[in-house]
Design a protein around this ligand. Structure first.
Ligand code: 8YV
Length: 322
């Protein structure tokens, strides 16, 4: 029996690509370019499985063709807002993602942003590399103490909870959280976490606000002029979720005017394009969507996709079916 044909849209860690080749006839994207809409449309007609990632936009229009061969989309990533999953499902396509395996890596990166921001690490490094460090003095680049401060977590799913753990147990932070529903009381007690029914309430009480919600019609533009206005001028915003949760223009305005103290961003509205105004600001730490970028995690993500494909082609329900 011939092996199912699989398209992996971007290069993965080598060990996973090798593991994929055992059960599947895999096509790799040799030069690792971001695929065009035409290439993805063609892929849906040629491959039994397509394994995209965040750089592959798969809108509703992509699923309009009369003939589609693909039976499973094994997304490499937990977020799947780049795939019109209802349209895919209406064509009988199963869609899976990769939860769990990137939880710690992403929470670690949010911690990195929080610490870098609070301690002005980006500014310090830029200064030093530019040859502008002329020695120690008591008021040099004074930052903000993180230990003991309050952290407002928006979206208390797996990654939000991992962030709460690291911040509470590692830095003695008081945790506030906003979520569709509260977490169990025992968990609240363990993490010293307090539920905020209103986002504005959380924003006004947090020294740091960290976004961990998925992109959805409910969360799109949730951090906007109105909600940012609730933050204190000495508070910081951290975003490792999706760019469209924040109204970028509003954030730029608040940063330019010093209405909030700073922001740490790993995700943007129109990646990889960044507004000049963001790049020009100093009270910012900007990273290029590195949330899950560890060797361990990127390998585990690929293995998770592979597990989903193996289950599907064995006639079983894939563990991460959406
Ligand atoms: C991934 C992410 O690397 O999984 C996610 O949702 O945001 C990233 O950490 C990316 O999406 C890969 O597709």
């Amino acid at each position: 029996m011939s092996k199912p044909r699989v398209l992996v849209t971007r290069r993965w860690p080598e060990s996973v690509e090798k593991a994929m080749a055992i059960n599947f006839e895999v096509t790799l994207n040799d030069d690792d370019h971001a695929m065009s809409a035409d290439e993805l449309a063609k892929a849906l007609q040629e491959y039994d499985a397509v394994c995209p990632c965040v750089t592959d936009s798969m809108p509703q229009s992509l699923f309009g063709a009369s003939f589609i061969k693909t039976r499973i989309i094994g997304n490499y990533g937990v977020g799947f807002d780049h795939i019109a999953i209802d349209a895919a499902k209406s064509k009988g396509i199963v869609v899976t993602n990769t939860p769990d395996v990137l939880t710690d890596a992403t929470a670690d990166l949010a911690m990195t942003l929080m610490l870098m921001l609070a301690r002005r690490a980006g500014e310090g490094e830029r200064q030093l590399r530019a040859g502008q460090w002329h020695g120690w003095y008591p008021t040099h680049l004074m930052g903000t103490q993180v230990t003991g401060k309050s952290l407002g977590i928006v979206g208390m799913g797996r990654i939000g909870k991992a962030m709460a753990e690291k911040a509470h147990f590692g830095f003695g932070m008081k945790i506030l959280y906003h979520n569709r529903k509260p977490i169990p009381e025992s968990e609240e007690r363990r993490l010293n976490a307090e539920y905020c029914t209103e986002l504005t309430w959380l924003m006004s009480r947090s020294d740091f606000v960290s976004l961990h919600c998925p992109s959805s019609p409910r969360t799109k533009g949730m951090v906007n002029e109105k909600t940012l206005a609730c933050m204190r001028p000495d508070a910081f915003l951290i975003n490792t979720s999706r760019g469209d949760v924040v109204v970028e223009k509003a954030l730029i305005k608040f940063l330019q005017k010093g209405l909030i103290a700073g922001a740490g961003l790993d995700v943007y509205d129109n990646e990889p394009e960044l507004p000049e105004a963001l790049l020009a600001l100093d009270n910012l730490v900007l990273l290029p969507h590195l949330g899950s970028a560890t060797k361990e995690t990127r390998t585990a993500m690929g293995m998770r996709v592979l597990g989903n494909l193996n289950a599907f082609f064995n006639g079983e329900e894939p563990p991460d079916k959406l």
